[in-house]
Ligand binder design. Structure first.
Ligand code: GUN
Length: 304
């Protein structure tokens, strides 16, 4: 079998056009412009590139973005103070702190300081916990992007065995709970998993987010599996590759995401969607369908 490519770039472009239309409608209705504040601590080049991409995507969609650059040796208390200022600024609807943070700063304390209603990355404990019980205000953009890729290419999730390789808070864990919420049977593997290939071979849907190039090879994949590669690894020769051996696995899979051009663009698109949702909720803007934004404690998702 030779896999069909799951083209995240073109699906993300479609979502970004939808967001652009939605932003124009909100602005026409209320005069409000959704606004995302992005905090970058230090000068890690990869993080700076990600923040730049997010700002460009905001601009294209008509969303205001404010970039806050802070020095790498900034005391944690100063970062918390900056977050506090953004939390109470009514013109800012969405806040993200680009990860990773310098080692002297506690990511847990920083992410926990963002107002859950502005936490468009979905990393606040109340949003992560909300995902567990089925009513998060926000779900992290990468897991949401994976779900959207599957939905928009008509991949059935219900009843399928999804295997996730990687247990990060940014990707692995929220993806697992999101797919569980959509009635997949979910296995989470990680660096200590014994006989990883045994588990990956069971997967109808295989999501790999381990940050290790070439981790998943052809023999580790079941014929016809849907393979989502979240890895972004820069090799010594400058090439960017995922965690999956693409040429080998493409011979086994039915659908596969490329790197670059698969999950990455979807993450940015879903961040824009979350930012618009944050603006709607904070400003009480009615959806085009006529539904008012639903208060967080009244939202429900399908239960088993
Ligand atoms: N670092 C790697 N992925 C992400 C992400 O989705 N959001 C933020 N804020 N930082 C990241």
């Amino acid at each position: 079998m030779s896999a069909r490519i799951l083209d995240g770039k073109s699906i993300a472009a479609e979502i970004r056009r939808e967001v652009q239309i939605e932003v124009a409608a909100i602005t026409a209705q209320t005069g409000m412009v959704p606004c995302l504040a992005a905090i970058l601590v230090g000068n890690d080049p990869a993080s700076a590139t990600y923040v730049q991409k997010k700002a460009k995507a905001c601009k294209d969609a008509g969303i205001t973005s404010v970039r806050i650059d802070l020095p790498a040796d900034l005391p944690e208390a100063s970062l918390l103070h900056e977050i506090e200022r953004l939390n109470s600024d009514p013109t800012v609807h969405a806040i993200l702190v680009q990860l990773p943070l310098p080692p002297h700063i506690s990511e847990r304390r920083v992410l926990g300081a963002i107002l859950p209603e502005k936490d468009v990355d979905g990393f606040h404990p109340s949003n992560l916990g909300g995902l567990l019980v089925g009513n998060p205000l926000f779900v992290a953009s990468t897991p949401l992007g994976i779900l959207e890729l599957l939905n928009r290419t008509n991949v059935v999730i219900e009843g399928k065995h999804a295997v996730i390789v990687g247990w990060s808070v940014v990707v692995g864990k929220p993806t697992a709970f999101l797919l569980l919420q959509h009635h997949a049977t979910v296995t989470i593997c990680h660096i200590k998993t014994r006989d990883l290939a045994y588990h990956t071979r069971q997967a109808d849907i295989l999501v790999v987010a381990a940050g290790k190039p070439g981790l998943v090879t052809g023999p580790m994949v079941k014929d016809g599996a849907v393979v989502i590669d979240v890895g972004v690894n820069r090799l010594a020769d400058g090439r960017v590759v995922g965690d999956v051996d693409f040429p080998e696995v493409a011979q086994k899979a039915s659908l596969i995401t490329p790197v670059p051009g698969g999950v990455g663009p979807m993450t940015v698109a879903m961040l824009l969607k979350n930012t618009v949702d944050a603006c709607r909720r904070l400003c009480g803007v009615i959806r085009p369908s006529g539904d008012a934004p639903v208060p967080s404690d009244k939202r429900t998702m399908a239960q088993p």
